[in-house]
Each structure stands twice: as C-alpha cells, then as structure tokens.
Design a protein around this ligand. Sequence first.
Ligand SMILES: NC(=O)c1ccc[n+]([C@@H]2O[C@H](COP(=O)([O-])OP(=O)(O)OC[C@H]3O[C@@H](n4cnc5c(N)ncnc54)[C@H](OP(=O)(O)O)[C@@H]3O)[C@@H](O)[C@H]2O)c1
Length: 412
Amino acid sequence: MKNIGLFGFGCVGEGFYRLLQLSHYSDARIHRIVVKNPLKNRSVSSELITYNKEEILSDDKIDLIVEAIDDDVEAFEIVSSALKRGIPVVSANKKMVALHLDELIRLQRRYKTPLLYEAAVCGAIPVVQTVDDQFEFEPINSIRGIFNGTTNYILSRIQDERLDYEQALKQAQILGFAETDPISDVGGFDSAYKAIILSRHAFGLSFLPSEVFTYGIQMLTSDDFEFAQKQNLRVRLVPSVFAIENRVVAFVMPQFVSEKDPLFRIENENNAVVIDGTYSGIQTYTGRGAGSYPTAFSVFSDVRKILEGKRYHYPITEATYLQEKPENVILDVYLRYTETMVKRAIKFEFVREGFVDENYRYVTGSISLQELIDNRELLIETNSSVILLSDKPLLRKQVKRTLKQDAVLSVF
Ligand SMILES: NC(=O)c1ccc[n+]([C@@H]2O[C@H](COP(=O)([O-])OP(=O)(O)OC[C@H]3O[C@@H](n4cnc5c(N)ncnc54)[C@H](OP(=O)(O)O)[C@@H]3O)[C@@H](O)[C@H]2O)c1
C-alpha cells in the first residue's frame, strides 16, 4: 500500500479523497493532508490534517504527492521541491503547469521523477495523455475546442434562454460554475493555460501567456447573438493552436460555429477537444471539463498510472516547430464596435461586409493577428466584440494568393 500526501482539500482535493474511498482502490491511501486555513471545519479526522508542507515533503513514508491547491505560486514551490526530492507528483493546477512547464520537464528529467497533470486540462477528458501517446509519429495540424466549462455554460444560457451576459454569469455563480471574480474564465486566460500545455505536448513549443492572444466573452451583446442566430450559428469561446508549415500560432477567441463544427453541439459546462491529425483526420473528445468528481477522477487515474510506472514522453523536440509571427497570421473575423474611432483605428486586410445603424455597427473581413494584439486594449475599453468567422487562420502569403485568384476588393 503506497502513501499519498495530499495538498488541498477543496473541490478537487476532497473529491479525490472521497473517490479513493468509493473506489476501494487498495494500492494507495491518503497518509496526510496539507491545507491552509486552521479555522475551517474538516470532514476528515484531524489526525490527517496539517498546515505545514514539510510534514509531507520531508516524510520518508510518502510515496506520491497529489497537489490540488488554488495558489499557483505555492503550488510550484511544492511540486518543484517534491520532484527534487524524487517524489512523483500529480497536479491539477493548469496555471502553475502552463507557467512553468519547461522547468517542470527539466526537473522531471534531471531527477528521473514523473509529474502527471491530466486534471489540469479539460477535467475528465484524457487529452494530455492522448496527445502525448498517440501523435509522436503523426503531425498534428491543429488542436482547438471548448476548454472552459464556465464560459460554455454562460454562452449556452444566453443562447437557449435569451439571458443577457450578467444574468447568465450570475446563474453560473449561483450554481458554483463561476468564481466571484470570473475574469480568468470569461476573459479566456484559463483556456489559454490549457492550450499552452497541449501545445508543449503536440508541438514541443511552450508559449508564454503573453504570446497567446486572448479575447474573452465579456464584451458580447445580444446583437452578436442575434447575428449568430440568423445564420444558425452558435458562439463558443475557442482556444486554438494551429501548425501551418511547421510554424505554430495560438489564440483564444469567441468564434461563430456552424452545425458542421463538432463544437456546435457542446452545451453547458461540457468541454471538447478537437484534434486534426495529418493521417487520422478530425478526432473529437468530449466530456465533463470540471467539477469535483470529474476532476478528481482524472487525478485518481494519474495516481494509478504513476504507480504503474507511467510518465509523459514529450515526444516532439523543441526544434521541430517555431512560433509564427502574428503579423503573418490572417484571421477572418466579425468586429462589432460602438465608436467610430475604433473603425478608424483598426486596419483590416480586406473587408467583406460592413453594417452601420444607430446602435449596432459591425464589419467582417480579414485582419492580421498582430492588428488585434496591437489594439486589444482599445477593443476592450470600447466594449467591442471580436468573433472569429472561420476556424482556420491563413498565412499572409496564402491570403495574397486567394485575393489574386478571387479579385476581392476592400469595400469598407
Ligand atoms: N474545481 C475544478 O473543477 C477544477 C478543475 C480542474 C482543475 N482545477 C484546479 O485544481 C486546483 C484546486 O482547485 P479547487 O477548485 O479544488 O480549489 P478550492 O476548492 O478553492 O480548494 C483549494 C484548496 O487549496 C488549499 N490551499 C490553498 N493554498 C494553500 C497552501 N498554500 N497550502 C496548502 N493548502 C492550500 C485550500 O486550503 P483551505 O481548505 O484551508 O482553504 C483548499 O483546501 C486549482 O489549481 C484549480 O485550477 C480545479
């Protein structure tokens, strides 16, 4: 019987503790639990609880650590100390893993000690392992999806019940899907962390959060949803990582998706990951992306795998792909703006359609990712919506070719 040191006894930590009991798994048990707040009542024996991390990290009886705390700085301290001491770790902390993945890989290699973090990306969907195991010899063209249940729940409520954004957010908060400060979810940052992790496994590239253009759902209005409804489209918050000619680009943006898109039917707090493999084609993985038991189940599976000797391969070497420059990436977007100065400030490569009335103005067309990056603050300050119209970015040189062929002219 192996001894687990558990950090955190909240939604994920307590869920894992309960699931371990329910499963009657006999190869491991919880030996000690480290939490932060001594004033909280706990539903477990006080003998298990401690507030001092060294009572796990320095205990020779501990065979494995499960890290499920909500503080990424402290989590990195715990996880890196454990790896340096040769103690294998399972973590659920996407922010910590995304911010420190290169260093965590280095520590795993140097100390020959594994770290698994399936729960950090889309809860119960085993996508990190899938990308790590299945695609070593098959180039991935893209990974995109719905990586955040809170935003998908909010978008589903707005579209199905015609709630406005604030009402839908409140409902999500009452049901415990959204935090009091929801910006990490609705602003797209949580999705970006998960995209960064998958990008490292799929392409060998570790993006910094600042290198992933992130635009959230908090600016969307009823006009945007009506635009979608008229064309039988739905709005999703979509993190995307694309490889185009051995160059990779990553961004998180709302997107209009059609019935043909696997993301169209992913509702409420569910998640989906769509992997486009060069030989295998499109594969879609769906499931519960968060919540106590779905996430705890992922942690539990990782614990079992570590005890069976499993570790990630990180199959793609850093030299295989490079980051694409944002000025070379062209996106097909819908931009709803309120102030004329926004239209003047934002330079489209070409415009397909423009609409102006007193309260609703939009423009659709092709724009470079760099232009969106440069104007992100202005767009947010002026409450403008930016929504992708196509799920595929193009390179500037490809757009020029298309323009030549179709002779499309700017009309705006
Ligand atoms: N909730 C989900 O559905 C979900 C899904 C996927 C991944 N995750 C990730 O899992 C992690 C945990 O999330 P959660 O939802 O379980 O959070 P939570 O419910 O807020 O619980 C956090 C736990 O961490 C403990 N903690 C915080 N700082 C600590 C420290 N310095 N030392 C020891 N313990 C500390 C807290 O202690 P006290 O009890 O004393 O306050 C609490 O028990 C986060 O990284 C989150 O991003 C969560």
